[in-house]
Ligand binder design. Sequence first.
Ligand SMILES: C[S@@+](CC[C@H](N)C(=O)[O-])C[C@H]1O[C@@H](n2cnc3c(N)ncnc32)[C@H](O)[C@@H]1O
Ligand SMILES: [Zn+2]
Ligand SMILES: [Zn+2]
Ligand SMILES: [Zn+2]
Ligand SMILES: [Zn+2]
Ligand SMILES: [Zn+2]
Ligand SMILES: [Zn+2]
Length: 499
Amino acid sequence: MDVQLKGSDEDEFGIECVVQKGEQKAPSCVHGPTLLFEKVCVGEKKGRRFYACSACRDRKECAFFQWENEKVSEARLMAREEENRSKMPPFTHQEYCSRFRRFLALPLGRRFCQDCQLLLLPGEWETHATHKMSQADDLTEARLSRPSLLLKPLENKKSNAQYLFADRSCHFLLDTIAQQGYRKVLCVGTPRLHELIKLRNQEGKGEPMKTLLLDIDFRYAQFNGTEEFCHYNMFNHHFFGGEAATKVLLSFLIEKDGEKVIMVTDPPFGGLTKPLAWSFSQISETWSKLQTLEASDAEVPMVWIFPYFFEPRILECFPSFTMLDYQLDYDNHPLYKHGKTGRKQSPVRLFTNLNPQDVVLPKEEGYRFCKVCARYVWSENRHCSKCNVCPSKDGRQWKHCSECQKCVKPSWRHCQSCGRCALPGHPCGNSPGLEGCFICGSLKHKRRNCRNKEKRRSCNYRPSRPEAKEGRTQPKQAKKPKRKSGAQRRANKLRKAAE
Ligand SMILES: C[S@@+](CC[C@H](N)C(=O)[O-])C[C@H]1O[C@@H](n2cnc3c(N)ncnc32)[C@H](O)[C@@H]1O
Ligand SMILES: [Zn+2]
Ligand SMILES: [Zn+2]
Ligand SMILES: [Zn+2]
Ligand SMILES: [Zn+2]
Ligand SMILES: [Zn+2]
Ligand SMILES: [Zn+2]
């Protein structure tokens, strides 16, 4: 791996993602090669390593578990392979395509099974007779060209987190890309953007654009040809369609006749930033190798959509990126939604290696151009002459603290005992907090300051207890200070970001 996993990602967690340098082949679950994690227990210097699913952070969804050095019997390996096979989609992509052609030829008898999320052919109606069904009126050509409206979003937070762009955000992305002359858009986990590009082509608006969707949601294979969609896992860069699918990406990345490529990705916000960065750097390297000599070490133009509080982690992996102030909204996310029901300001931003001043943020939505920073910023993000930047990350007006010599969130106050700005009511005296250090158990410091911390690499991942089905042995849960659940932590993070 080329992505540098230096430093710590999410220090207060007890599980870290270990990067392998290809010396050992990881076992596979149904989601492709697993990732190696290390469990660090209180008081122990060295953690125990195990393989777990790259895509699902919930053991209920993928129970794969194997200690790093565990001997796995032939019988168990075969059972595992069989299980992986049985969980694959019911049809191959080619079969989905030919089904779709037959489906389109059924002007009257179109049915979509909502329970199975499948376009049905007449011979299958009986099997689904008791299921909830959409009928012909709902399955016009126009409807079928918007699969993201037809398919039920997979909202399970710990894996798919399929939050779909609101129109405003999706059109902004598309217009920005088109304006900059990109003609090929690699959509990694952005099915709605992919669909919008196809619609734009159908409607003959502007120069035609090619688009390839890479997503783990294979339901999209029903609506897209083999050159338009690959069943893909972005946490391990795994193509479920094997070599044929890899070739689809390869040929998409070739820039012929001035067709410039850009990659747009909107991964589930649950974390694992570094495996994602690794996959994206694989895509970038593939693109770069296909370029002419003078550009051969360049990065593929990329837009990575993620919450602003991931900025340090993304920049650690991609130092050339800039976070832009544009706030993206989602149709089906209760918090990241514009209007009355959601928060007024979404925390989701663009991280990109495009030249920031070329990404024009709409004036009518409250953005302006800062000449000094040479980028468009949110109206509340005032330029600080002392820091010489527009400092706000969260959309509010930050204020300069002369003692800290930097701008801080408006709700923070300078605390003399801590010698820094913090929220009023914070645990004072630079206290590491009640949880203390996860490595040595001391309450005097946090894990990030622990002297016992060695070459540990972490990622935002904390699997729940593996299920007995896969792992005969289970990792012992060492006694440790009680920690919050993932959902609680995320909620706190959002709250903290809002304070
Ligand atoms: C936050 S949503 C982004 C959707 C985007 N906002 C849109 O409207 O087009 C995350 C997307 O990534 C996909 N996804 C989730 N886990 C994935 C994985 N491991 N590999 C590839 N795609 C994944 C989901 O199916 C979903 O389409
Ligand atoms: Zn899995
Ligand atoms: Zn059904
Ligand atoms: Zn500025
Ligand atoms: Zn300042
Ligand atoms: Zn201060
Ligand atoms: Zn204090």
